[in-house]
Ligand binder design. Structure first.
Ligand SMILES: Nc1ncnc2c1ncn2[C@@H]1O[C@H](COP(=O)(O)OP(=O)(O)OP(=O)(O)O)[C@@H](O)[C@H]1O
Ligand SMILES: [Mg+2]
Length: 98
């Protein structure tokens, strides 16, 4: 069964991104299939895995804002020998809330 874990806190700099990156790696090492979903316009998690949040044709912004972009279309490999995946965030997520 799929389980979703959300890491969210209004306060900045409290370790959200660090927690997600390390929890993802730990669960992957335990044999779980992990998809990281970056919904932060700062997109630090996305940058961690080598994707430029200023230059992404498809991101979670597209998934949220477009009827034609599925989650599956934006997923990319994320470190750890390709065992983990990321649905990247991008800076335009800042405007999605509007
Ligand atoms: N357990 C920890 N012990 C010490 N330092 C930590 C720990 N977790 C994270 N940090 C450090 O704290 C800083 C902030 O962490 P992080 O970027 O993960 O926070 P954040 O909540 O995602 O921040 P933001 O609100 O900017 O997205 C970073 O420099 C990170 O290396
Ligand atoms: Mg962060």
């Amino acid at each position: 069964m799929t389980r979703s874990i959300v890491v969210a806190n209004q306060k900045g700099g409290v370790g959200k991104t660090t927690t997600v990156a390390n929890l993802g790696a730990a669960l992957t090492a335990m044999g779980q299939r992990v998809l990281l979903i970056d919904l932060d316009p700062q997109a630090a998690l996305t940058a961690t895995y080598g994707y430029d949040p200023y230059n992404l044709p498809l991101s979670m912004y597209s998934v949220l804002m477009s009827d034609t972009t599925s989650l599956a279309r934006v997923i990319r490999p994320a470190g750890v020998k390709g065992m983990m995946a990321i649905a990247p965030g991008s800076v335009d997520l800042a405007s999605a809330e509007l």
